[in-house]
Design a protein around this ligand. Structure first.
Ligand code: PLP
Length: 456
């Protein structure tokens, strides 16, 4: 399997190279040259265990990795999840299910991809002998998941920038109480945007990139989207066969990464599935999928902070298929959007998508109602999914985080203070973070001074 850029000038790359490169040199994102059929993965009379399904899936995409190495990466990635089903499907009602994606080490769905990515990086370093330096900026969950995916990996040095006063106390503890000496959480004196723009400048220095083997772990990473496909298939297997027809996955969405993974599954043969984009008040995707107008607005902070995003970077991968795989069209739309901050589609084919949006008040309302009706506690991101659910057919809500990650909102809504053992354990640990100015030179110096190659 080989990969091409959505903008047409990113070469023809193997899986490992596409993962290592991240953003294509032409500014586009890598997509499979041809989507394979997943039909063989949906046949048989017994549901495969999660790791087995994942192995069969990645054998189609990571064709340049030795299958034994790949299997080992996958086995170890999901061994640390705290539920034997890895992604258990809970039934709330005959036609309503919740797919729990928060049983990994940092209690959010990003662990599915980042635990595996950590193993893939490590395998790659063993093969090439080149150490790598991972640099990322986070407003919360991605940083924690990346850090826990890369913790203690040989010859991987991880530097995560976060706004010193812009993440929740629990999220900060998840990043700073790791006890690992190859991981550095840098508390940037500024906003997330300051951190992000300093990071872009560091990545813009080719000499520094080569010197340190710099790699990014942001949500456009191909391996992340692919790893997220697997739980859509796993959910399908766990449903009673009659419930698989007329099936809608309801997905709390920010960067369009998670939901894109499901839609790719449908394009590859997951039968009859539709997808509902559930946004919070930052509703650019809701507006696009209901009006055909893609228009930037200011990011407004919400009680579902991991979805406080306007430019959904993975949207470009949807656009590529929307425009019939024509990279010239993608380039022209993306450049118009970059210049004007908006793009109006004359004909917008929503394909299998519908959309909903929930502001903070509706989020609290859904936390209360879902708890009252089903005795189930959704986190504020998951709560967005319950807005205006379709009446017909089976609904599978993707629960993207554990409620204990957001105790304040939950307590306001239902008067319960949720906890989780993994979070309680953090309170006993010593935080280690490094305050830094949002200055590219200071960040580079810090990285140079803290890349101590571990003995192999
Ligand atoms: C990252 C995140 C999202 C948004 O996922 P996208 O792939 O950006 O759409 C939703 N919920 C939680 C809890 C997250 O951490």
């Amino acid at each position: 399997m080989r990969y091409v850029s959505t903008r047409g000038n990113g070469g023809l790359l193997g899986f490992c190279e596409a993962v290592e490169t991240g953003l294509a040199p032409d500014g586009g994102l890598y997509v499979p040259e041809k989507l394979p059929s997943l039909k063989p993965l949906l046949e048989g009379d017994k549901a495969p265990a999660y790791p087995e399904l994942c192995k069969a899936f990645f054998r189609l995409f990571a064709t340049d990795i030795d299958p034994a190495v790949l299997d080992d990466c996958i086995d170890r990635a999901y061994a640390r999840f705290d539920d034997p089903a890895i992604a258990p499907l809970r039934r709330l009602r005959e036609d309503l299910f919740v797919l729990e994606l928060f049983h990994g080490p940092t209690l959010a769905f990003k662990d599915f991809a980042l635990q595996l990515l950590g193993n893939l990086y490590e395998a790659q370093i063993r093969r090439t002998g080149r150490p790598i330096t991972v640099l990322g900026a986070t407003s919360g969950d991605t940083g924690a998941a990346a850090i826990h995916g890369l913790l203690g990996r040989e010859n991987v040095h991880t530097f995560i920038l976060y706004p010193a006063n812009g993440v929740s106390p629990l999220q900060e503890r998840q990043m700073t109480c790791t006890g690992a000496d190859n991981v550095f959480a840098l508390a940037i004196k500024g906003t997330f945007d300051d951190a992000q723009s300093a990071l872009k400048e560091v990545f813009g220095d080719p000499g520094f990139r080569a010197e340190t083997g710099l790699s990014a772990v942001n949500s456009i990473n191909l391996a992340r989207v692919l790893a997220q496909c697997v739980y859509y298939l796993h959910a399908w297997w766990q449903l009673p066969p009659a419930a698989r027809e007329n099936l809608c996955y309801v997905v709390p969405t920010g960067n369009f990464g998670n939901i894109l993974a499901g839609w790719w599954c449908e394009k590859m043969g997951l039968p009859e599935a539709t997808f509902r984009i559930a946004t919070n008040r930052n509703d650019i995707l809701y507006r696009l999928f209901t009006t055909g107008r893609y228009e930037l607005a200011r990011v407004a902070p919400s009680t579902a902070p991991s979805m406080d995003i306007q430019v959904a970077s993975n949207f470009e991968r949807f656009l590529y298929y929307h425009e019939g795989g024509d990279p010239d069209r993608v380039r022209s739309i993306m450049s118009r959007f970059r210049e004007d901050g908006r793009y109006h589609f004359e004909q917008f084919d929503r394909d299998r998508f519908s959309a909903s949006r929930a502001d903070d008040e509706r989020i609290r309302h859904h936390i209360r109602e879902v708890y009252r009706e089903f005795g189930y506690l959704p986190d504020p991101h998951t709560a967005c999914a319950f807005e205006d659910l379709p009446g017909e057919g089976t609904k599978v809500v993707l629960a993207t985080a554990h409620p204990a990650k957001f105790p304040t909102v939950i307590e306001e809504a239902v008067g319960i203070h949720p906890t989780a053992p993994a979070l309680e354990a953090l309170k006993a640990r010593q935080p280690r973070s490094f305050p830094l100015e949002p200055d590219p030179a200071a960040i580079k110096d810090f990285i140079r001074n803290h890349r101590t190659d571990s003995p192999s």
